[in-house]
Design a binder for this molecule. Structure first.
Ligand code: SOE
Length: 386
């Protein structure tokens, strides 16, 4: 039974504000043995009407319209950042200085400099921290981690990942402002590299270790768009598409592609890993399944197995329904909350921490720098990745 409360102060009430709030609300029902229980203490957003409506809808005890007030409130234990990327640093640093735990939506930051300052702030304050790279916590992806770590695949040769969308193809779509800040380089830092490839890089380094160096190409297909905030047609500064290849520290090769111009694909995140003995592949559109091929199987029955990851002995699934019944996208956020609460109980880190997410940031930065300089770039990432 939960004994201790963790009073959450959530900043931002968009799409991510909803996924995180749902995580806090559901976790106690499905992870009843955790000793911490999240309390939706306060939510913050600049628009009073929006934040009031959000607060009522999701059951927050109170609301604020200034994040500085929120992070300094004595009745908040943890600040959860669900705002556009250009505000992550200032909120995280202020929250850490105020002694609050900090949970930050991905990517950690727009730039490495910002990310470094965020890591310094949480380290100096000694506060618990985590970054919401939620896909790690889907049962099929966690099972992939178990299989790779068990050595079943043998030596890894290839890692391949895609994240494909099509929502920005229309040249009349504006950039900037509510709902479209991901299109504005000042708010987002980059385009698909920080928004989508960051997910792929986080999963890849978790599963297959450090990415050593990269060679990338990016493209911005629509060069200027109306900016919602200025009312002017302005140059587009984000990458609409990015392709890179790389060397992992373990000697395997990586190939990554992301675009918002792949007509027909809404959020198609896929990865495949090829090892000496076995391969695995996963697809977000069929997220409860992990495909596995093992060359050691008897040849007459050898082939790709489609594992429906819904059994109680597979990651997280003992907490949900009965074998055979799947779960969805939102559950990855419930799992992240559960793992964060468990880490508080154990006094351990909840990976990816700010420091772990900074490694992803280093790869993103190397990718963008490689694309603009048309040359290979070292990432500076080394050693075991968590
Ligand atoms: C962009 O459309 C987006 O919402 C990303 O920001 C999320 O991180 C990704 O999970 C789904 O796509």
């Amino acid at each position: 039974m939960s004994e201790k409360t963790l009073r959450i102060g959530l900043v931002g009430c968009g799409f991510m504000g909803r996924t995180h709030s749902n995580g806090y609300k559901r976790v106690g029902d499905f992870f009843p043995t955790l000793s911490y229980r999240p309390v939706l203490q306060a939510v913050c957003s600049r628009s009073r009407n929006n934040v009031q409506a959000f607060s009522q809808q999701w059951g927050y005890e109170s609301f604020e319209t200034d994040w500085k007030t929120l992070v300094n409130r004595n009745d908040i234990d943890a600040v959860d950042i669900c705002t556009p990327n250009d505000t992550h640093e200032q909120i995280a640093v202020a929250a850490a200085k105020a002694g609050k735990m900090v949970l930050c939506e991905k990517p950690l930051s727009r730039t490495l400099e910002e990310g470094n300052r965020m890591v310094d702030a949480v380290k100096k304050a000694g506060v618990a921290n985590t970054v919401w790279y939620n896909y790690r916590r889907l049962p099929a992806v966690s099972l992939a981690k178990q299989l790779v770590d068990s050595g079943k695949l043998g030596k890894i040769f290839h890692y391949r990942a895609n994240f494909l969308q099509d929502w920005t193809i229309n040249a009349d779509l504006p950039q900037g402002g509510t709902g479209l800040w991901r299109m504005d380089v000042d708010a987002a830092g980059s385009g698909v590299t920080g928004d989508l490839l960051a997910h792929c890089i986080d999963t890849a380094m978790w599963l297959n270790g450090a990415i050593k160096d990269v060679s990338a190409v990016t493209e911005t297909f629509v060069k200027q768009r109306l900016h919602q905030l200025t009312g002017k047609v302005q140059p587009v500064g984000i990458d609409d598409a990015c392709i890179f290849h790389c060397h992992f520290e373990n000697g395997s090769l990586g190939l990554f592609e992301s675009t918002r111009y792949a007509r027909g694909h809404k959020a198609l995140y896929t990865f495949e890993i090829n090892g000496e003995h076995a391969s695995i592949r996963w697809d977000l559109h069929d997220l409860n399944r992990l495909e596995y091929f093992d060359h050691r199987d008897e040849s007459i029955v050898r082939g790709w197995r489609s594992i429906h990851v819904t059994d109680g002995d597979q990651p997280y699934m003992d907490k949900w329904w009965v074998p055979g019944l799947g779960i969805g996208y939102e559950h990855s956020f419930v799992h992240q909350v559960a793992d964060f609460l468990k880490s508080l109980e154990d006094g351990s880190a909840c990976h990816p921490t700010f420091e772990d997410a900074l490694q992803t940031q280093k790869v993103c930065e190397a990718v963008l720098s490689s694309a603009s300089s048309k040359s290979w770039k070292d990432t500076g990432v080394k050693g075991k990745q968590y």
